[in-house]
Write a protein that binds this ligand. Structure first.
Ligand code: SF4
Length: 337
């Protein structure tokens, strides 16, 4: 094979940020999220041993997010995932709908191992929240949040840093300022809002995604919504300053994922492993049946990270010919907004 040179640039260093999904299903059935699709799946829990073995292979990792599509508190060993990662010296974060918080879990979360906690709250209104997040009750989430913040105060660790986050939808975009005020009144540290991950218009979209795709198409803000969104963002920033809540907002304008890597460096910067061990290009993909690069648990992290499927995916992104799934993604903004 003399004369064959593999380009050095095609090998990508394993990233120092890793996202691993402990649970791939959710107890809620939010209209905009595919998490509810696998609600009754029995195989959505990552075994703790698999997690440990993956961490062995992500030797360079400095930071881990225990999150994905599912609700991590469904996992009976959820707090052990946190402790195990923290014992390895990793900075640990997780994300939750906070409906399943018990006193025992709250005490564990404020003990010092968890650095950051992101809580999804889609609306400050019980009615809107209940409509968007079927099976969820806002009053329950808020009372759990109060309990958690009180435990953090008593523990004196100052950890975790608590962020409230919302997806931006036509239904809730005018309510975001009220949500920031509410978060500030409870003592939350930060607020972020994100565009829905994408319009899911690829022809190969699994059938069970269709209700979510149709809901997203209806709720994704359009150019006509821009003035309302702009005003809402402006109020959010002001109220954040007034209430001591650090605010992070995405661009108002449209995404440009036709430009590939210029707009998305996720597949180079971070690794995402689903609860089944399958490595996906990014969390925006949702579930591995839309796209995955191979099974990191059975094939090995490094082989998948620099395997032919992932290399081809990255090449297409960097060469301005993004994979179909990326063409309808809102990484750089809201498509069509
Ligand atoms: S779907 Fe593609 S463009 Fe969107 S975040 Fe993932 S890798 Fe990036």
């Amino acid at each position: 094979m003399r004369g064959v040179v593999f380009p050095v640039s095609s090998r990508v260093k394993l990233p120092d940020k890793v996202q691993i999904e402990p649970v791939g299903k959710c107890n809620l059935n939010c209209r905009m999220c595919p998490g509810g699709i696998r609600r009754n799946s029995k195989q959505a829990f990552m075994p703790l041993e698999m997690f440990d073995m993956l961490l062995d292979q992500f030797k360079q990792a400095r930071e881990i997010q225990l999150r994905g599509l599912g609700e991590p508190m469904l996992h009976p060993a959820f707090t052990q995932f946190i402790d195990l990662a923290a014992r390895r010296g990793l900075k640990v974060g997780t994300a939750t709908n906070l409906t399943l918080l018990s006193e025992k879990i709250a005490n564990s979360l404020v003990a010092g191992a968890l650095d950051s906690l992101t809580i999804f709250i889609e609306s400050p209104s019980e009615t809107t929240y209940g409509w968007l997040c079927r099976d969820g009750r806002l009053s329950e989430v808020l009372s759990n949040l109060e309990m958690l913040l009180a435990r953090r105060e008593s523990a004196g660790t100052g950890k975790p840093r608590v962020t409230v986050t919302s997806y931006i939808m036509r239904e809730n975009m005018a309510q975001l300022p009220q949500l920031v005020e509410l978060a500030g009144s409870l003592g939350v540290d930060a607020f972020t809002a994100e565009h829905l991950p994408g319009t899911m218009e690829e022809p190969a979209l699994p059938r069970n995604y269709r209700p979510v795709r149709d809901f997203v198409a209806w709720q994704m803000p359009t150019a006509e919504d821009r003035p309302v969104l702009k005003e809402s963002f402006s109020k959010v920033r002001n109220l954040g300053r007034k209430n001591g809540v650090e605010v992070t907002l995405p661009p108002l304008g449209p995404g440009r994922n036709g430009n590939g890597k210029k707009d998305c460096d996720w597949p180079w910067r971070e690794a995402f492993v689903s609860s089944s061990g399958k490595m996906m290009p990014c969390p925006n993909v949702g579930t591995p049946d839309r796209s995955h690069m191979g099974n990191a648990a059975s094939e090995g992290v490094a082989s998948v990270w620099n395997g032919p499927r992932f290399s081809d995916f990255r090449n297409r992104l960097s060469e301005g010919d993004p994979p179909e799934i990326c063409r309808h993604c809102s990484t750089a903004g809201a498509p069509g907004a």
